[in-house]
Design a protein around this ligand. Structure first.
Ligand code: FES
Length: 99
């Protein structure tokens, strides 16, 4: 069962619930439009593949369940992505884990 309170975008603290509601109400036509949902995906960029996945599933069959790594793993992988030069989180983003 998906935990809708989980933050998908750790840079702008956008929960899965916010994304799901945005898709339901605003009916975006492209995954990139999810950035209009509190800036999701416009920080370091780490969460963009996950946003795209929710969008594609929702368009294909209305499915907004998303299998994510555990909180710790999700955060750890994002930290590695940022450290490797993937992108720069904004000032109020969730911090990058220590190595
Ligand atoms: S986690 Fe979403 S842009 Fe960084």
């Amino acid at each position: 069962m998906t935990d809708l309170n989980r933050e998908i975008c750790l840079c702008f603290h956008v929960s899965q619930r916010k994304i799901v509601n945005f898709i339901r109400i605003e009916k975006p036509r492209r995954a990139a439009q999810l950035s209009e949902c509190f800036g999701a995906g416009t920080g370091c960029g780490w969460c963009r593949p996950f946003l795209r996945k929710i969008f594609e599933q929702a368009v294909a069959n209305g499915d907004t369940e998303l299998k994510l790594p555990s909180d710790e793993e999700y955060s750890r992988l994002r930290s590695r992505y940022v450290r490797e030069g993937g992108g720069t989180p904004p000032p109020n983003a969730s911090p990058i884990d220590d190595e």
